[in-house]
Design a protein around this ligand. Structure first.
Ligand SMILES: [Zn+2]
Length: 182
């Protein structure tokens, strides 16, 4: 079975029907990551159209500044989500340094909830790799510490289809996800 560990299904607009058809035909288990609350609501609707689509809630670092004071609201969405994503830190593409404290605050809230609820996390990191590792956000810290930034980015931002068996880390992701969702 193929797994797409990270895709923004709500961004496909006119191509969505075609994408869902391909997901069904090729039997691709698809983790649909959200950017924010409206995006999550949209993904839940899309998820009703295929049992292979898993909508997950997250607030992307680009959107974090709007949510730093809405943690309770975020908390309710996390409760309803089987896994978490997309969350993370972006100190590269997001140029406005005023948003960085908000990014950290939102990420910490998500990570604490994910730990407590034992939920798999889909991380975005661009320019924030070291900080994420230093915070022990990723469980496989020892393994990742020995990796190059490029490899870490591939692991945490797997924006492409891949054979899950190729990668022990993603294999673990699958085993976390599939028992309760298959
Ligand atoms: Zn993404």
């Amino acid at each position: 079975m193929l797994i797409d560990a990270h895709v923004h299904l709500d961004k496909y607009a006119d191509l969505l029907d075609q994408v869902l058809q391909e997901i069904e035909q090729k039997r691709i288990f698809t983790v649909a990551t959200a950017m924010d609350i409206p995006s999550y609501l949209e993904l839940q609707k899309i998820g009703e159209r295929s049992e292979l689509v898993l909508p997950t809630f997250g607030v992307h670092p680009r959107r974090a500044a709007d949510y730093a004071d809405r943690l309770q609201e975020i908390g309710r969405c996390i409760e309803s989500s089987p896994a978490i994503g997309e969350i993370g830190l972006d100190f590269h593409w997001v140029k406005d340094t005023n948003t960085y404290p908000a990014q950290r605050k939102v990420l910490e809230y998500f990570i604490a909830a994910a730990r407590e609820q034992n939920k798999f996390v889909n991380l975005h990191t661009k320019g924030g790799e070291k900080e994420i590792l230093d915070q022990n956000v990723v469980d496989k810290v020892a393994e990742l510490r020995q990796s190059t930034p490029e490899r870490i980015e591939n692991l945490v931002h797997a924006n492409f289809l891949r054979m899950i068996e190729d990668d022990p880390w993603l294999y673990e992701v699958r085993s976390l996800l599939l028992p309760s969702n298959s």
